[in-house]
Write a protein that binds this ligand. Structure first.
Ligand SMILES: Nc1nc2c(c(=O)[nH]1)N[C@H]1C(S)=C(S)[C@@H](COP(=O)(O)OP(=O)(O)OC[C@H]3O[C@@H](n4cnc5c(=O)[nH]c(N)nc54)[C@H](O)[C@@H]3O)O[C@H]1N2
Ligand SMILES: Nc1nc2c(c(=O)[nH]1)N[C@H]1C(S)=C(S)[C@@H](COP(=O)(O)OP(=O)(O)OC[C@H]3O[C@@H](n4cnc5c(=O)[nH]c(N)nc54)[C@H](O)[C@@H]3O)O[C@H]1N2
Ligand code: SF4
Ligand SMILES: [Mo]
Length: 888
């Protein structure tokens, strides 16, 4: 067994500390780090399953040029030569980098330095454009800097926590646990959840506001007016440290002058609005947490400012337990902003349009060619690729063919782009398909560097596994290309510590308190000091060498007047309206156990059991109107494209709204990239796309048969008009459906299940009257694969079948049950997994709740262990209890 390595989780922006240990058999044990100040030992379902995602299955292990494996030298030369040639022929702005909040700060720093300081273009943008850019723009307008003033402890010290546009329970689960615990310890603490969807986060809500989607700025403008009416102005703060109040109030009063008007706009009950306003007005310690439900709109920046305005008005910022708190999504969204990874930033929170800042960076880098104006933001960048202005692009650690809006256009652009380079750890993604050159990057467990969490806390990621094949750190890859492009001296890094030191030094260079981002206190770390760096919150300076918990308590802001700015937020912007053809509003977002495009979480069986298929969730009245049944397939269409997903009828949706998760892509489903439906409409200030509102229609997707396949081997699904694939314990699971009935089911089944075998042991059952077919392939007495086909979606449960794959020999009872399609008598199917940590299925839960009259998640936990590890499933367990005890 190896020593225990302290590192940081590679998923969300909570930035939990992880203890990793490689066991003698090569398995990796993962635990939460009890000493890490983000999580104090907790992990969520994704973090806890990290050990199951580390296999080399599907990894990109060697450089590939034009489809052939190549040496690093050849691949790097190709990239450098092609970029140089294109720059020489067409200028620096004809090339671009598209990077990611999942790079380490050191990787990000080097990529930004190469593009902005040496190639001389600012055409480097990042997937944070899709994620945090409205929060960045809102904070910059209000504070003059991209500063998150709060920290996690504020969530525990607050008396009122408002969660708006954030499904914290599923997307920042450890913070959710911390808020929940604080609420248990302090019963006076109130939680308000604002979301058009009733999500798992509502589990801790004292007040839930099912707002009409897109209307939060009206709600918060109304709050500003209310605060004025009840004299909650913090006179000292507003008069001394802010500007612009009158204009902001005047606009707010013009459309949100009373709770009644606000309630009308927002589709809320007047009582609920008034209750919310009273709570805010009377509670000094209030934190407003916001995330993508606020940011991802074509007027996201204004929405952010409508929240910040209320905190400025009451002076509730920078002190314990209060402030506007933008939760970052990716593990290093914050670090990327520090190094200036957005096309409209420079480095170390300096502004590209500021000549003085350009001079500082140019001098520091000894840059021959600093970018003089902002570059293209993500959506414009891909348009420029599409129209040929950008001729070479290097994509690192992101999967834009899935995650951008209007992905069909993105794919088209990549297909015609002269030269596409992709650095990824995985070989087959929807984006790597378009690469001329593929560069194998190290990933979590192998790479070495720092990330910064939502509360400005810099933490180390440490390697604990050997680097596989020829995978290399991203910073190394970029530096090698830079050197080959002739920028030798500036990219001679030997390790990530050197890069971190340079980054820290730049942050303090000619700063003297003029810029918020300053970690000069961390410059000059030796390798061992860097290796042992404890999690620390920036700014870290000689005056604040232990880091900084909160900012702005002193009323000093980074605007030219040093005063915070109120922003007048009007309602002249609106999302695209629904129409007769596209009458429903599509909202998109995340599910509990998958991470983005599933390249890593998709490998773990225990993360695939909770929700294993793409779905469209809609209100029962809408499903009735559209004659859609739960569990059948539906086509969701917008002006731009169509996808097919499973119907999930749910009261948690508002009528007129539908929800589709973002995760599925061409690697995991036949047609489920929800980005293909989304308009590339962006916010005018931030360039962030409107992912939370697209007019769509939903209709039944008629198929003649439904089926599923379980197989120990990965299969190639043919002749099915719909398929999705997910991992089970030691097997692959496919849900399939078709609009053509094959002439011969046996032949069809064999073509799927026996792709590489001649003589196989084969058992089958066919009822031609109802078109029900089942077959199993057995190898050495062990179940190898099985297929179940039926005329509709009422197919046998899957969980007991999955269990048969665990046996090394099938007994007669099992064989019989396979063909009858029912578990052997007495056995029950556990059903879809609710608790990922202990694989407890819904049927097991319902049975136990009913038979033992369990009325709390704690009682369920005692009996079944469900919910007792990471706790991410507790909201769902509480809901299952509610539904089943009520139906008694
Ligand atoms: N499990 C999991 N966790 C993740 C990720 C993941 O892929 N999987 N990704 C990480 C990343 S990068 C990010 S950015 C974060 C995102 O974290 P969140 O922002 O919490 O996640 P989303 O599901 O995108 O959207 C949040 C909520 O906004 C709601 N919403 C939509 N429109 C509106 C509106 O007009 N008003 C309000 N008030 N709410 C609205 C949606 O219904 C949804 O419940 O999650 C991070 N954590
Ligand atoms: N419809 C809709 N679309 C959305 C959103 C939404 O809410 N709705 N949310 C948006 C948001 S907030 C985000 S953040 C994006 C996320 O979208 P993406 O960034 O496109 O998603 P990921 O799957 O995280 O892509 C990361 C890629 O990096 C690879 N990778 C992992 N580790 C490393 C490494 O160390 N080095 C390198 N070079 N590669 C690595 C992974 O294999 C994967 O291919 O999606 C956006 N798209
Ligand atoms: S909350 Fe979960 S996904 Fe986020 S950092 Fe912590 S363990 Fe990782
Ligand atoms: Mo994100």
């Amino acid at each position: 067994m190896s020593e225990v390595i302290k590192t940081t989780c590679p998923y969300c922006g909570v930035g939990c500390g992880v203890l990793a240990q490689v066991e003698a058999d090569g398995q990796v044990t993962i635990k939460g780090d009890p000493e890490h100040p983000s999580n104090f030992g907790r992990l969520c379902s994704k973090g806890a399953a990290l050990g199951d995602t580390l296999s080399l299955d599907g990894r990109l292990l060697f450089p590939v040029v034009d489809g052939e494996s190549q040496s690093w030298d050849a691949a790097l030369n190709t990239v450098a030569e092609r970029f140089q040639k294109i720059i020489k022929d067409h200028g620096a702005d004809s090339v671009a980098f598209y990077v990611s909040g999942q790079l380490l700060t050191e990787d990000y720093y080097v990529a930004n330095k190469l593009m902005k300081g040496f190639i001389g273009s600012a055409n480097i943008d990042t997937n944070s454009r899709l994620c945090m850019s409205s929060a960045v723009a809102g904070q910059k307008r209000a504070f003059g800097s991209d500063t998150v003033p709060c920290n996690y402890e504020d969530l525990e010290r607050a008396k009122l926590v408002i969660l708006t546009g954030s499904n914290t329970a599923w997307c920042h689960p450890v913070l959710f646990q911390r808020i929940k615990k604080a609420k248990q310890d302090n019963p006076d603490m109130m939680v308000v959840v604002i979301d058009p969807r009733h999500t798992a986060t509502c589990d801790i809500a004292d007040l839930y506001l099912p707002i009409k989607s897109g209307m939060d700025h009206v709600l918060f403008n109304g709050l500003l007016v209310h605060l004025k009416n009840v004299n909650e102005k913090n006179e000292i703060f507003v008069d001394n440290f802010t500007e612009g109040l009158d204009a902001a109030l005047a606009v707010a009063e013009s459309h949100a002058s009373s709770s009644e008007i606000v309630a009308n706009h927002c589709g809320l009950a007047i009582d609920a609005v008034e209750k919310f306003y009273r709570l805010f007005a009377r509670t000094e310690r209030v934190v407003t947490v916001y995330s993508q439900g606020i940011n991802q709109w074509s007027y996201g920046t204004d929405r952010v400012n409508s929240i910040i305005n209320c905190h400025l008005y009451t002076g509730r910022i920078g002190r314990k337990g209060m402030g506007p708190f933008s939760l970052t999504g990716q593990p290093n969204a914050m670090g990327g902003r520090e190094v200036g990874g957005l096309a409209n930033q420079l480095a170390a929170h300096m502004a590209i349009e500021n000549e003085g800042h350009r001079e500082i960076v140019k001098t520091f880098w000894d840059s021959p060619n600093i970018a003089e104006r902002e570059g293209l933001k993500a959506v414009d960048l891909f348009s420029a690729i599409d129209n040929g202005k950008i001729k070479a692009v290097w994509i690192m650690a992101t999967n834009p063919a899935v995650s951008m809006p209007d992905t069909n256009k993105v794919k088209h652009a990549l297909a015609k782009c002269e030269f596409v380079v992709v650095s990824d750890c995985m070989k087959n993604t929807d984006t790597t398909r378009y690469a001329n050159v593929l560069l194998p990057a190290q990933t979590w467990g192998e790479r070495d560097g720092t990330v910064t969490s939502s509360e400005r806390r810099i933490s180390r990621q440490h390697p604990f596994l050997p680097s596989p094949g020829e995978a290399r750190p991203d910073w190394w890859i970029i530096s090698e290309v830079a050197k080959r492009m002739g920028f030798n001296d500036a990219f001679l890094y030997k390790n990530s510590a050197e890069i971190f030191n340079e980054h820290a030094k730049l942050s303090g260079f000619k700063n003297q308190g003029t810029r918020d981002f300053d970690i000069s206190g961390l410059q000059g770390l030796s390798i061992s000091q860097y290796d042992n760096l404890k999690p620390i919150q920036w700014p870290v300076t000689s005056d604040a060498n232990k880091g900084t918990e909160r900012l702005f308590a002193n009323g000093h802001f980074y605007t030219s007047s040093h005063k915070a700015q109120f922003i007048a937020v009007d309602i002249s912007y609106a999302a695209k309206e629904v129409s007769d053809t596209y009458p429903l509003r599509l909202n998109t977002g995340r599910i509990r156990d998958q991470w983005h495009t599933m390249t890593r979480t998709g490998k773990a069986a225990r993360l695939s059991g909770h929700i294993y298929e793409p779905f469209v969730e809609l209100h029962p009245n809408d499903s009735k109107k559209l004659s859609l049944n739960n569990n059948e397939l539906a086509q969701v269409s917008s002006e731009l494209g169509n996808i097919i997903c499973r119907v999930n009828v749910s009261e948690s949706q508002q009528q007129g709204n539908v929800f589709v998760p973002i995760h599925w892509n061409d690697e995991f489903a036949s047609s489920a990239v929800v980005g293909s439906l989304i308009n590339a409409t962006v916010d005018p200030f931030s360039g962030q796309p409107e992912f939370k509102s697209t007019p769509v229609n939903v209709k039944s997707y008629a198929t003649k048969w439904y089926g599923f396949v379980l197989s120990r081997r990965k299969l190639n699904i043919l002749n099915a008009s719909y398929w999705t694939c997910s991992r089970g314990e030691g097997l692959w699971r496919y849900e399939i459906a078709g609009d053509q009935i094959p002439d011969d089911w046996a032949e069809y089944a064999r073509s799927l299940l026996c792709q590489h075998a001649d003589a196989v042991e084969w058992a089958e059952y066919f009822d031609s009257a109802v078109n029900r077919y089942r077959a199993a392939r057995v190898e050495d007495g062990r179940l190898e694969s099985c297929i179940f086909i039926g005329p509709d979606f009422s197919l046998p449960e899957r969980d007991w079948l999955v269990k048969l794959f665990k046996d090394n020999k099938l007994n007669d009872v099992d064989r019989k049950s396979l063909l009858t399609g029912k578990p052997a008598s007495g056995e029950k199917d556990a059903g879809k997994a609710v608790c990922a940590c202990f694989s407890v299925g819904i049927n097991t839960l319902v049975d136990a709740i009913k038979s033992s009259k369990l009325s709390t998640p704690e009682q369920v936990g005692e009996l079944l262990r469900a919910g007792t590890n990471c706790g991410s499933c507790i909201p769902e367990i509480r809901n299952i209890i509610k539904l089943n005890l009520e139906s008694e």
